[in-house]
Design a protein around this ligand. Structure first.
Ligand code: ADP
Ligand code: MG
Length: 405
């Protein structure tokens, strides 16, 4: 990578401003005392743990880490249910209590806290999206943020596809902006899988919509040896190929593009040969297996067992696998078998030294649900960012970092 990384920065006794991705799910918890204000807890700390190597490296080098993150979509206004306070509490538990929290992002309270902060400790600032300037990449807000640090580190791959004040604006207004350890690892692993893969390369693509993924399918079609399609997007392809799709989700506006892509892929692109169908998402008792054509009134909700075998056969011979998008409505056990089988297939080939990469919010959730996340080479922390990277488009949060001279 031709960008500065954490190793290039002087950290000792420096104020190191770090953009992390602490956009984690919270769960409500009943207050234990009257008037208690933190009534939320971190429900899944995967993203917090993913940032620990960078934060610990700064602490151990004797720097002060000032952490910036967004949480949810508060639309430029403070919103107590989206405060980062519970995240600070959780982070404190992971870092021996060396974490402070400010309920603002800039201003006198932040300045005062910074002055009293010992080296080797951490300050988490409040949700950057409480400020209307964040998503607008407002110059004044970015300047105020930049004044908090001597240097800037971006470790938030998940927002790297957005040009916001806390990742792009701030990086433009500080002497040095570097990639954190997590961002560096994401870029290296995804970059290797995309640009220097060991063949055979298999792209496993599913999820809700063809329209969300058209750029990714096109880009992967150019480099992969096989493209395996599942999920709701397969019905737009199957309709284009002339099969009956019943009541399945089909994007009629994309049928022509799907057909063109199928033809251009010249046999590389594989579609499901059977399906788990039902009359309704909730009608799990009606679930049954059908081959190719889906009867009227039925929706395809998962890939069927013959497709699973066919896809596993191809996965087992792969040396590089890139997976985005569940094979079915994995949130419901009745329609999760296809997605779980693919997750197991990836774990199996990873044990045989294949490189496997999974990204996308729902795909990552599915791999965690299957208990297989630790058996995959790389589970990306980015959804939209990973898709944009796989499309071969620049990520603004990365482009803006200081070039290595
Ligand atoms: P990711 O977040 O991994 O990029 P997507 O958001 O594109 O994935 O798609 C995930 C969603 O697609 C899930 O909520 C899943 O239930 C849904 N889905 C997958 N297959 C089907 C299907 N056959 N019919 C309806 N929804 C589906
Ligand atoms: Mg999704």
């Amino acid at each position: 990578m031709n960008k500065l990384t954490l190793a290039d920065l002087d950290l000792d006794r420096h104020q190191v401003l770090v953009r992390v991705d602490f956009n984690v799910p919270l769960s409500e918890r009943p207050p234990t005392q009257p008037f208690e204000d933190v009534s939320y807890a971190v429900a899944d700390d995967t993203r917090i743990r993913a940032a620990l190597p960078t934060v610990r490296a700064i602490m151990e080098a004797g720097g002060r880490a000032i952490l910036l993150s967004h949480l949810g979509r508060p639309k430029g206004q403070p919103n107590s249910s989206l405060s980062l306070a519970p995240v600070a509490e959780h982070l404190g538990g992971l870092l021996d209590g060396k974490v402070r929290f400010c309920n603002s992002t800039t201003g006198p309270l932040v300045d005062r806290t910074l002055r009293s902060m010992p080296d080797g400790t951490v300050l988490l600032l409040e949700n950057t999206r409480f400020h209307p300037g964040e998503t607008r990449n407002d110059a004044d807000f970015a300047k105020d943020l930049a004044q908090l640090g001597d240097v800037f580190v971006n470790d938030a791959f998940g927002t790297a596809h957005r040009a916001h004040a806390s990742n792009v604006g701030v990086a433009q207004r500080i002497p040095k902006a570097a990639a954190g350890l997590l961002l560096e690892r994401e870029l290296r692993l995804l970059g290797d899988a995309l640009h220097h893969p060991t063949p055979p390369v298999v792209a496993l693509l599913g999820g809700a919509k063809v329209s969300d993924k058209i750029g990714v399918i096109r880009s992967l079609a150019a480099m992969a040896d096989h493209i395996l399609i599942g999920g709701a997007m397969s019905y737009t392809f199957l309709k284009a190929r002339g099969f009956n799709t019943g009541a399945s989700l089909v994007e009629d506006d994309w049928v022509d593009d799907a057909l063109n892509m199928f033809v251009a892929a010249a046999g590389k692109l594989k579609l499901p040969v059977d399906h788990i169908v039902s009359t309704d998402l909730r009608a799990t008792a009606e679930a049954r297996t059908v081959s190719r054509d889906i009867p009227a009134g039925f929706m395809g909700l998962d890939i069927g067992p013959a497709t699973v075998e066919r896809y596993l056969d191809i996965l087992r011979r792969a040396n590089t696998i890139i997976w985005n998008g569940p094979m079915g409505v994995f949130e419901k056990p009745a329609f999760a078998a296809g997605t779980h089988a693919m997750a197991s297939g990836l774990a199996e080939v990873t044990r045989k030294n294949a490189i496997t990469v999974v990204g996308g919010g729902d795909s990552v959730a599915a791999v965690h649900r299957a208990g297989l996340a630790s058996q995959i080479t790389h589970v990306s922390t980015g959804g939209g960012a990973m898709l944009q990277f796989l499309e071969g488009r620049d990520l603004p949060g990365v482009s803006v970092l200081t070039d290595r001279s």
